[in-house]
Design a protein around this ligand. Structure first.
Ligand code: SF4
Ligand code: SF4
Length: 468
């Protein structure tokens, strides 16, 4: 149903629908399906899981390439070391991710949900394991109806054991992004792990097991906020999984050999009402009821229906990735105001992030005035101000830093003017500046402290020298 510029998304809880045959006692038994879309999703899932599992093990310049070390407040991203002061870069990354998602959603609908969302990838992996142990959909329904027996208990224990194994490996890998991964695996496997790390591993393993093993579609339909606001990004040219109602209705069974003319004369369309599109749906909906927010655009129903169409000798794509414009018999436009708008914003933010990172200096300083005294008078009658200088080496190699002072007639500096700092480390030390009071024209003098490395990267901070 088309409303203005947006597609109306139906909440199936608002309207009466036929009882979902995919659900038995509230549990969804997903039927497996093979087809081109399923194959693409499996490849994407393998790539996603491969990247997730291998990335923490990648080394760069002898260090873990990606390590979000919260304990040390340092985030290593290949050659970059980010400190809490650099959170703007993380903000860029999140904003870019959000706009990339919006852009993809306007063009391809909920492609993120159906193909790359970790919830979907892990749920499909867990369902795949379930099917290997307990069998096809019908066998699983039958098994669940049986009284407990050795065979049933064996299958359930094996399935849950494998789910826990996958969950633990997932959790160890995930926690390995926040703490050195090789050490974590060794400590966990040798049971010589701190209570905190063990707690985190168990917590994330339990989350994976509960989400992918038990909650599954409930996460998409009741918890994830994205399903609720996705329709605001859709327009009539957005690709969504759609049932061609005009071609499919009225639905109903018929002999395979019945000609189109014959079944049309009986008031039947191309849908044979086999329910396979419902049985393969991971969220348990019937796409023939219209676009629903529960639909994650996974395309399983397309593969299932195309299979049926092939067997019946009918045209494919009774259910397909299509737009409302195409359903109305017109040609969809790829280039349209919403798409251009999201693309331009995405490019602007991306450029801003590239400029921010490329102009970023590999050092950072903080200069803090000693709060205990405004100034001190030396026995020679000079004035002394005390500061604490913090120098952060944001590169991953050792650097030497040189300190310069401008805008103040300094008589003497007590404290290091040359300091060497290891990669990704900081030094903090007091520095005293002594000035002849006759060179000062006011009680507050602004001056600059500059810190430079051997590559002439310089950071300057302005601060005040106080006198009487
Ligand atoms: S799979 Fe196709 S033919 Fe079968 S019920 Fe669904 S839409 Fe109709
Ligand atoms: S309706 Fe089709 S595309 Fe939507 S979630 Fe169900 S199987 Fe996937």
């Amino acid at each position: 149903m088309i409303v203005g510029e947006q597609i109306k998304v139906v909440d199936i809880t608002d309207k009466p629908v036929t009882i979902n045959p995919n659900s038995q006692s509230g549990k969804i038994y997903v039927r497996s399906v093979l087809g081109p879309i399923e194959t693409i999703r499996r490849y994407i899932g393998f790539v996603f899981l491969g990247i997730f599992a291998l990335l923490p093990w990648v080394k760069y310049q002898g260090h873990q390439a990606i390590l979000l070390d919260f304990a040390a407040q340092r985030f290593h991203l290949f050659g970059l070391t980010l400190w809490p002061q650099d959170l703007m870069i993380f903000a860029w990354i999140f904003i870019i991710g959000a706009f990339a998602l919006f852009f993809a959603t306007v063009v391809l609908g909920r492609v993120w949900c159906g193909f790359t969302c970790p919830q979907t990838v892990f749920t499909f992996l867990f369902v795949w394991i379930e099917e290997r142990i307990e069998g096809t959909r019908n066998k699983r329904i039958h098994l669940d109806k049986q009284d407990i027996s050795l065979n049933k208990a064996g299958k359930k224990i094996t399935k849950h054991g494998l789910w826990w194994l996958v969950s633990l490996l997932t959790s160890l890998t995930f926690v390995g992004y926040f703490t050195p991964v090789d050490k974590l695996f060794v400590e966990f496997l040798s049971l010589d792990i701190s209570a905190l790390s063990f707690g985190f591993v168990l917590f994330f393993a339990a989350c994976t097991y509960a989400n992918a093993g038990w909650m599954r579609e409930l996460m998409c339909t009741h918890i994830c906020p994205y399903s609720r606001f996705q329709s605001s990004m859709f327009d009539n040219d957005t690709l969504t999984v759609t049932y061609d109602r005009a071609r499919g209705e009225g639905r109903g069974p018929r002999p395979r050999k019945m000609s189109q003319l014959e079944y049309n004369q009986k008031g039947l369309g191309d849908c044979i009402d086999c329910q396979l599109c419902v049985q393969v749906c991971p969220t348990g909906i019937d796409i023939r009821n219209g676009l629903q927010y529960e639909c994650i655009n996974c395309g399983k129903c397309i593969d299932a229906c195309n299979d049926v169409m092939t067997k019946m000798g009918y045209r494919h794509n009774l259910i397909s990735y299509t737009s409302q414009t195409e359903i109305a018999g017109k040609k969809s436009k790829l280039i349209r105001p919403k798409v251009i708008g999201y693309f331009v914003v995405l490019m602007v933010i991306l450029s801003a992030m590239v400029i921010d990172i490329s102009t970023r200096k590999p050092l950072d300083i903080d200069l803090i005035r000693d709060r205990a005294s405004l100034y001190k008078e030396t026995i020679d009658g000079d004035l002394e101000n005390v500061y604490t200088l913090v120098i952060r080496n944001k590169s991953q190699k050792q650097q030497s830093f040189h300190i310069d002072i401008e805008g103040l007639a300094v008589k003497e500096i007590i404290g290091k003017r040359q300091v060497s700092v290891a990669g990704s480390e900081l030094v903090s030390y007091p520095i005293s500046i002594i000035v002849d009071p006759s060179s000062l024209s006011s009680s507050v003098t602004q001056f600059n402290i500059s810190v430079s490395n051997d590559d002439s990267d310089t950071v300057t901070e302005q601060i005040t020298f106080l006198s009487y």
